[in-house]
Design a protein around this ligand. Sequence first.
Ligand SMILES: [Zn+2]
Ligand SMILES: [Zn+2]
Ligand SMILES: [Zn+2]
Length: 439
Amino acid sequence: MDTVPDEQQANAQPAPAEPEGTPTLATELAAPTVSRAYRCQCGRPVFLRNSKCLACHTPLGYVIDRLGVMPLAPAVGEGAQPDTFTVFGDPHGKTYRRCTNLMTPAACSWMVPAAREGETLPDDTQGLAPGYCLACSVTRTIPDLSVEANGELWGKLETAKRRLISQLLALGLPVVSRHADPVHGLTFDFLSNMPGGPHVMTGHQHGVITLNAEEAEDAVRERIRAEMREPYRTLLGHFRHEVGHYYWDLLVLPTPWIDDFRALFGDERADYAAALQHHYEQGPPPDWADRFVSSYASTHPWEDWAETWAHYLHMADTADTAMSFGVDATNVELASDLFTTDDLWQPDAPDAGKFLDFINGWVLLTNVLNELSRSMGQPDYYPFVLPRAAVGKLQFIHRVITQQRPGSAPTMVVASDVADSAPDEQEQSQGQSQSPAQS
Ligand SMILES: [Zn+2]
Ligand SMILES: [Zn+2]
Ligand SMILES: [Zn+2]
């Protein structure tokens, strides 16, 4: 296999797998972001969790500037500091250090910018904790590691969070930790139930995402999933849902998007506590499946947003991964109809056609993925049916996200620009542990 040039990974744009004109999943899907297929300098595929190539032993690390797992070489030459690396094949490029969490149960393979002697690094606008990468810098509380089982749980939590953060960065969303913005920065508390203490609720409030560490225990999470009759419950799903609340505070509430949000999702000023209580006592409305991506989404406009947001992230990441690996689903027998421009929120938006291709490519892809799962006796890969009403909401989210990218107008909203007016949407005070908060 040929070595992939660094620039190709740096630009991280998946190349079309087939010549133009041939309908492939890649052309149909028009996935929005970044390659998920990473390669070592020896040409072998490597993955997000790898810190070393198993074939040629080249050190690997996730480099934020390149939005990918990169092969590394020890930094050499003038001013090179001990234990620093450059991207393989780029000896005069930026230098990096390992994240302090590599040797902990978090097993973090991400890289931290490190200056050469006499060099100064550009200002850190994302708020790195000293010695830690961005993904680890947004963790504020970890499980008590003197309890032996907690190391493994923490590792699972961090692995899922790194997947989340790498996607947020690829989408061009602002990721700013509490170190840079103590009021509106993003941070995660991984808490455990204490004997005699209150049950730790999963939720989001003002940038703080709380997750009960027991969710990382497969047996516990599966029991809750079954009790709640949810089709899907994962750590990554929790993170994608909760970070949706965070970005709503940041990108929707204080911006002109709020009016369109209310028109599409409903008025979020409706009593949240009463809405949740109603949901748990009465269940979802009988027609929820025609209007929402999940039954939990029907509880309140905030939850509809967070659930739909999580679905968008699921779809975008899966589409990127499928395209990166050249997966092609064009010969699929369709069990469902495709969506049309009538289903869009803004059929005349500049990228409306591409967005519709993305959604329909997703329908094709998940038909195959679900069938593949069934052939292994596994639950469906994507155990949801997208109702037509959700397509407009997904397009709204797509537009909010794509407007964050550099070069798009309006310019990026940074955390510190947001007025401290975000309403309380804390599920944790409302019994999120009983709520699916799931995507
Ligand atoms: Zn290798
Ligand atoms: Zn790290
Ligand atoms: Zn929620």
